[in-house]
Design a protein around this ligand. Structure first.
Ligand SMILES: Nc1ncnc2c1ncn2[C@@H]1O[C@H](COP(=O)(O)OP(=O)(O)OP(=O)(O)O)[C@@H](O)[C@H]1O
Ligand SMILES: [Mg+2]
Length: 311
């Protein structure tokens, strides 16, 4: 799948000198080179740093008054609490200086996975999701995510579209607005569960590391909830990558994460698709030029999947 281009991200040289010095001190060597990977829509620093020793680390950094710093601190707590065997990079440290915070994470080496039907990556990801949710989240993980409200549980959009239907809404979608809003309204009550949830699974939030295989990154939205959330989030991404919607709808009916909980899966898909549909119509936020067109395409993929699940 073409990964949305990164644009407008802060660069290493935008980070205040005291924090850069603190990081180089902690890492034990000067930074000689930085690479900002393609992918994602955020504006913060998210870069691979190469040290004079040749070692690489991955760093995310933002000013403390930027809401992304709270997300990065949440992600750091999650990375530290994830049990062994979860496909995630290790947390290497958190550093504060000059009113900024940087989170240092083990560097993964490789491309984003290929979610297209031609690749075996999607099959590996389904298997990883089954494994990730095969048992309840351990207590340290539950504690780490307990202080941050679940963004997955808060997803919605059809309610606002129903209250004020936008001009240009496809007639078939307009006709379904009451049903979609009702499904979405059921979601918050169904959003509870005891499994690890990554909460933002897209190709650009995974790296196919040369040694570890597909590894999930960007755990900023991690939470605890039903096993279906990540599997149902992955489904529209696979359609965007070229899979036939009917095939993916069939997979959702069969995969253990979603088959055991069809009503929860449908309610979540409705809330996620509503979120995309509503947000796609908003003005583009600064520094994220590809976001709205991605949301348009994702909303269409989600709605296509819902078509197979609604009578
Ligand atoms: N540990 C890592 N090693 C190597 N590359 C990584 C690592 N973590 C993330 N990346 C790459 O950097 C990009 C940005 O990282 P990440 O998604 O964590 O940042 P973000 O600012 O939270 O992104 P978003 O824009 O999705 O909110 C990812 O799309 C991925 O390509
Ligand atoms: Mg990301």
């Amino acid at each position: 799948m073409p990964v949305p281009l990164t644009s407008g991200r802060l660069q290493w040289t935008d980070v205040p000198l005291p924090l850069r010095a603190r990081l180089e001190d902690a890492l034990g060597a000067p930074v000689t080179d930085t690479v900002t990977p393609a992918g994602g829509f955020g504006h913060q620093l998210a870069a691979a740093l190469r040290l004079v020793s040749g070692r690489r680390v991955f760093v995310k950094a933002a000013p403390d008054d930027d809401s992304l710093t709270a997300s990065n601190i949440h992600e750091a707590a999650v990375l530290e609490a994830l049990p062994p065997g979860v496909p995630a990079p290790e947390l290497l440290g958190i550093h504060h200086a000059a009113g900024w915070t940087a989170v240092v994470i083990a560097h993964l080496d490789g491309p984003h996975p290929d979610l297209s039907p031609a690749s075996a990556d999607a099959g590996q990801i389904w298997a990883l999701l089954e494994e990730l949710t095969s048992s309840p989240a351990p207590a340290p993980y539950a504690a780490a995510v307990s202080t941050t409200p679940s963004t997955a549980a808060a997803l919605h959009g059809w309610d606002e579209l129903l209250a004020d239907p936008p001009v240009g809404l496809a007639p078939a979608t307009r006709a379904r607005l009451p049903q979609l809003a009702e499904l979405e309204a059921a979601w918050p009550a169904l959003a509870h569960g005891d499994r690890i949830v990554h909460g933002d699974l897209r190709a650009d939030n995974m790296v196919r590391d040369h040694d570890r295989g597909v590894t999930f990154v960007d755990w900023a939205h991690a939470t605890i909830g039903p096993a279906c959330i990540d599997a149902a989030s992955l489904a529209p991404q696979l359609i965007l990558a070229g899979h036939a919607p009917a095939d993916i709808a069939g997979l959702l009916h069969e995969h253990p994460n979603t088959a055991s909980n069809p009503d929860t899966t449908t309610a979540f898909l409705a809330a996620l698709t509503g979120h995309w549909h509503r947000n796609a119509r908003k003005p583009a936020p600064p520094g994220a030029p590809g976001l709205r067109s991605y949301q348009h395409r994702a909303a269409a993929a989600g709605l296509g999947l819902l078509g197979y699940r609604l009578s």
